[in-house]
Design a protein around this ligand. Structure first.
Ligand code: 6GU
Length: 250
């Protein structure tokens, strides 16, 4: 999979993604991240890509010309159209489901804005999807693009070592993850839950499933209303609601 990032700050994106697990995926040839500096497509002698907003107001607006040219440069290079994702707090809120859908694409183009935004006409010309990473405001689209690339790239075959490790975690099937423990068995007086030392795999599975459900119920009840519960799960949640599930799960 090829990620193309249109940005005024290519170093930020490259430094952030060429490390750790995603960096290893790049080294293994499983994905690539290529940045395009929008400033290289400036249409004036001072290399500027922003100007004052028509109608007045604070801040500067990125001009349509350089943004469209940078985008078309990528489309010419890959020899086809691709989805162009504009990072904006006005977009659809990014989710695991969107990451899974986007992971099926061969190329993705991320457009990162700065200042007070991008001339609306450029967005109309090239953008296919407007995406936000949550309800808060950032100074630019680079961090959102990096967040999205990380979450999409880790779904690509071979990027994570453990073939199973995209399966059971938080937000897969709308459940938060169960708690994890490693050595030592006793830390500052706190023991590892005994079931995990029992070697009884069925009991461990059951305990983990209940912990997932309990956490989701406590911390993100909004997620629970999105999915069907099995009869056993429904009874467990009923116990949680009555405050009775303590001895079984704590
Ligand atoms: Cl995608 N961009 C910017 N600039 N701010 C954001 C965002 C995106 N998502 C949340 N805040």
């Amino acid at each position: 999979m090829k990620f193309h990032v249109l940005t005024l700050f290519p170093d930020m994106v490259e430094n952030g993604l060429h490390t750790s697990i995603i960096g290893r995926g790049i080294e293994k040839g499983l994905l690539s991240v290529e940045t395009v500096n929008i400033r290289d497509f400036s249409e004036n002698k001072h290399n500027r890509v922003d100007d004052y907003p028509y109608g007045g107001g604070a801040g500067m607006v990125m001009q349509a010309g350089p943004v469209c040219k940078a985008c078309r440069h990528v489309e010419e290079k890959i020899g086809k159209k691709a989805r162009v994702l504009y990072m904006t707090p006005q977009g659809r809120v990014f989710s695991q489901a969107m990451a899974e859908e986007l992971a099926k694409e061969e190329d993705l183009i991320f457009l990162c804005g700065h200042y007070e935004g991008i001339d609306e006409r450029a967005l109309e010309q090239v953008v296919t999807d407007e995406v936000s990473i949550g309800d808060y405001v950032l100074t630019g689209g680079e961090l959102p693009a990096m967040v999205m690339i990380d979450s999409i790239a880790r779904l690509l075959p071979g990027v994570l070592h453990n073939a199973d490790s995209t399966g059971s975690e938080s937000h897969q099937n709308d459940r938060l993850e169960y708690p994890q423990y490693t050595r030592p068995e006793l830390f500052e007086g706190k023991a590892v839950p005994p079931v995990l030392l029992s070697g009884h795999h069925a009991n461990i599975e059951k305990w983990r499933a209940q912990q997932s459900l309990k956490r989701t119920w406590e911390r993100r009840p909004d997620l629970l209303s999105k999915t069907e519960l099995t009869e056993e799960e429904r009874l467990f949640v009923e116990k949680l609601e009555k405050g009775l599930a303590k001895e079984e799960t704590s």
